[in-house]
Design a protein around this ligand. Structure first.
Ligand SMILES: [Cu+2]
Length: 123
């Protein structure tokens, strides 16, 4: 069950994650939007931001493609994430349990990894 809660700002340098509070629900959601061959956290302007997540937590990542003419995906090999390629206007969600081990891992877009890449920091 998912209950929409308040938007919570994490540590400085991190990103806004929507924390969903409710009975039996502690999933944090990060919403990524692709524009101009670049990942953004929805509602922010920091390109290819470092995504900060808590070890052992439940995480939902929603990727939306708002980039005319190009299909994109999201790959985080270390976390076993690989979405299908998404055409403009499409979106895909993945939900996972973050490993219970701090570390920094790369994320990227398969076809455009040279431009579309960043880090996910498990803290
Ligand atoms: Cu791409």
């Amino acid at each position: 069950m998912i209950v929409v809660g308040a938007l919570v700002m994490l540590a400085v340098g991190g990103v806004a994650l929507a924390k969903k509070n409710g009975p039996g629900s502690d999933v944090r959601e990060v919403r990524l939007v692709v524009r101009g061959m670049t990942y953004f956290v929805e509602g922010t302007t920091d390109p290819n931001p470092t995504l900060r997540v808590q070890r052992g937590s439940r995480l939902r990542v929603v990727l939306t493609n708002d980039d005319p003419g190009y299909s994109h995906n999201l790959i985080v090999s270390a976390l076993g994430i690989q979405t299908p390629l998404i055409a403009r206007g499409g979106s895909q969600a993945v939900e996972l349990t973050v490993p219970d081990a701090p570390g920094v891992h790369a994320y990227s877009c398969g076809p455009h990894a040279e431009m579309m890449r960043g880090n996910i920091a498990i803290e």
